[in-house]
Design a protein around this ligand. Structure first.
Ligand code: BGC
Length: 454
């Protein structure tokens, strides 16, 4: 049985029906403000047009390179689109060293170009002409399919000399500096767009793409007439365009203050992008472990966990060492655990604090803390997804999802569905699908579309 005091501690993370409705209304309002030219500058859900106006037909063919930069690793991929909704992907993961994440932009892009060159060499493609789709998962103002001006870095990146710059051009220049491969950057896209495209390649009803990984964001298909920011030229022949919502920034105008906790405020205050990406800081993998860590510190202080142990101050010191000591993946592992063995929970507790055999009660408390933090994240994501589904003109909408939190957390999907059932309009049918190779296949598909529309 869970202690009433533990429940009380976690109450701040449990959103009431009223709060869910209120966040939903505020989110929908921000999306509308983001789309409208007059309110766009003040809106925090920016709703950037991506210039991707064609969903895949499944018939796309050809070989494309793809780059995927957006977290601690980046990937280079070779994608062969084979028609008949089929594709194969070969890929290689490269680390982004920590110093490059906060160094100079030129160094970052030179490193990317080096890895790209190694990959091309390894696959004996040095002499081939290769169109490349660049999945760049940071907020960008797109001015065309292959030009994206970086608005701000997120997720722990902070490279000098990139904000306001066209990252497509920066990549192109880095490739030129090496001068040893014939690679053309034909498209820049967000990872959410890649997810939507790759899911639409398999399921033509896909209209929303969502990432809940290191960062959190979504895109969706909007009618061009609702998108003030899109030049009339792009409204003549095409009826729709994918919008990159950049919902991670939601709340920067205070819209979430009524549900943010003291822990959320601390996460934000200690981050390198203070006051920014507040919705992301409540939902994304980069922050969820840190939230649990802060709650655990409070639980220790109030003697709500490990109460039999005299070593509590020592445990607190462990948790204070670094904001990443409680890794986000522990949340998934703990929620996946079974009562009363708690094998994973006990091994995590042992690894962190050196406790040999944590009590069932302590394991339950830890599990409840993780559950509340993850469930709130899933609820917030589902609120956003519902808002986007309800905006689409389709009667049946599939949501393509990707990202480590969604993929590996055993209940994230179920938590989301509980909320979607309540918020999606009753005349719409919806479903969620997991993306496969979103970053690669999606980038190749956008590159294929770009080559077609050239
Ligand atoms: C970025 C988005 C991206 C998301 C998921 C956020 O921090 O702003 O552009 O889609 O992370 O990777």
């Amino acid at each position: 049985m869970l202690d009433a005091e533990v429940r009380e501690l976690m109450q701040a993370f449990v959103l009431s029906d009223y709060q869910v409705q209120e966040v939903y209304s505020r989110f929908c309002l921000e999306v509308a403000r983001g789309l409208k030219r007059s309110t766009h500058p003040q809106a925090n859900v920016k709703c950037f047009p991506t210039y991707v106006q064609d969903l895949p037909t499944g018939d796309e063919m050809g070989k494309y390179l793809a780059l995927d930069l957006g977290g601690t690793n980046f990937r280079v991929l070779l994608v062969s689109l084979k028609g008949h909704h089929d594709a194969s992907v070969e890929s290689q993961i490269y680390a982004v060293p920590k110093d490059l994440m906060v160094g100079s932009g030129v160094d970052l892009f030179d490193h990317i170009a080096d890895c790209l060159a190694k990959f091309v060499e390894k696959h004996n493609m040095k002499t081939a002409y290769l169109p490349l789709g660049f999945t760049f998962s940071f907020p960008c103002v797109q001015v065309g399919l292959k030009e994206g001006l970086l608005v701000r870095w997120t997720k722990g990146f902070d490279c000098a000399g990139c904000e306001g710059e066209d990252v497509g051009r920066m990549l192109h220049e880095a490739i030129q500096r090496r001068g040893d491969a014939d690679i053309a950057v034909v498209a820049i896209l967000n990872d959410t767009t890649g997810t939507l495209m790759s899911c639409a390649h398999r399921n033509p009803d896909c209209r929303v793409g969502v990432i809940v990984g290191t960062g959190c964001n979504a895109c969706y298909v909007e009618e061009v007439e609702n998108v003030d920011l899109l030049h009339p030229d792009f409204k003549r022949t095409k009826k729709q365009v994918i919008i990159n919502a950049e919902w991670g920034a939601f709340g920067e105008g205070g819209q979430l203050d009524f549900v943010r906790t003291e822990y959320d405020r601390e996460v934000d205050e200690k981050s390198i992008n203070r006051s920014q990406q507040l919705f992301e800081k409540m939902t994304a993998g980069m922050y969820l472990g840190n939230l649990v860590r802060l709650v655990l510190l409070r639980a220790l202080e109030r003697k709500l966990i490990f109460r039999q142990s005299s070593r509590r101050p020592e445990f607190a010191t462990v948790l204070q060492k670094h904001q990443d000591v409680f890794e986000t993946r522990y949340i998934s592992e703990i929620e996946d655990d079974t009562f009363p063995e708690f094998a994973s929970t006990r091994s995590i507790v042992k690894k962190l604090f050196g406790i040999e055999k944590a009590s069932v009660e302590d394991c339950q408390t830890l599990k409840y803390i993780c559950e509340c933090v993850a469930k709130r994240a899933a609820t917030l994501v589902a609120i956003g997804v519902s808002g986007l589904i309800n905006r689409t003109s389709n009667k049946s909408v599939v949501v393509g999802m990707d990202g480590s939190v969604y993929r590996y957390h055993p209940k994230f999907d179920a938590y989301m569905r509980e909320v979607l059932v309540k918020l999606v309009k009753s005349d719409k049918a919806w479903d969620i699908m997991l993306s496969e190779d979103g970053s690669g296949r999606g980038a190749a598909l956008v590159a294929a579309v770009a080559s077609k529309t050239k």
